[in-house]
Design a protein around this ligand. Sequence first.
Ligand SMILES: [Zn+2]
Length: 411
Amino acid sequence: MTYRLYPGREQVQGLWLMFHGHRDLYNALLEQRRSAWRRHLSFTAQCEEITRLRAEAPFWQKFNAQSMQVTAKRVDLAFKAFFRRVRQGEKPGFPRFKSLSRFNGWGYKTHGDGWRFTPDTDHRHRIRNGTLRISGIGEMRARGRMRTYGIPKTCEIVQEDGRWYASITLLCFPGRETTGQAAGLDWGVSTFATVATAHGGVAQIQNPRLLRSAEEALVQAQQVLARKTRGSRNRNKVRRKVARLHRKVRNQRLDFLHQATAHLVRHFGFLATEELAVANMTKSARGTEEAPGTNVQQKAGLNKSILDTAPGLFLSMLRYKAEEAGAELVEVPTRSLKATQRCARCWETTKKSLSQRIHHCAHCGFTLDRDWNAALVALIYAMSGNGREPAACVRLPSSGAGWHETPCRAA
Ligand SMILES: [Zn+2]
């Protein structure tokens, strides 16, 4: 993804200074290798050299350390290519010094280390343009359009005929079958899953009615079975019925899980969901101290037999289907993140009981459906890498938004 940069006059001077600096560094490292090439001076050795250089010469302290390593890496790659050509008996072509016209720029590694890119979102929720901040240079406007959502991964500054560009790679996998959209998932017992998209849309995946009625029939049959005296003929009959219903429910659920996961990876190139904790699922039936679950016995039985296995199956299916489709699935840590308590807008936590279906933030007042908010928190965490700050490319729905106001196609 290439962005055209619009630096101010002073920033242009700063960019040229870095440009010349990196070219000089490239040539110096190349020279060092050329004079020692039979000794195979390694990339690591040259990185140590850079560390020494930075410690001794104040000029280089203005440069980002990682970006200097990137330049050393380029020298390393040039030599690796050279040795490969030698091995293959081709005309080797010794790595050359870069003249100003043959040098095109420098690069950065980790987002946040020496550079930060913040994309803008336009009124149609498309991510376009943005701001690039480079340490030692400052903030510059960047024009260009991201085709897919993603986390900025690496950045290269390229100069061409006095124009400056930033080539930014994104951590996302548009894939063959997916649209490249991003979504967060929250799953529960009553609603199978809530899907929140990065541009404010939402959808619910309901348990299919057929499956629900089969599950209810199973629960009833189990209750009948429990009342029958052990060893009676009648009990055997009921037992067979329970077994049959069990198979039916299992097959229907399997079918549903296949469909739901295929659907998700078809629609989304980036999915975030809580990592699996079975305890979370069974807890739902017992409820909490403030809000004890209803029909605890019945639900607990059902959870034990069916629901326990569903999230695990769902997640493993989602994993391999995402891999097949080239979509990325990020599993966020449930316990430390506390997605149901955390606010998608201000990132503070507000304690709420299981019966509170609405998230109402005690800190910033943000109000949203509980599951929708939780799905967004998972998504923001996954997209920002660590969740310390909200991902710029997630557009939050307005506070108090209802389901039908922002539908998304994925339902
Ligand atoms: Zn809040």
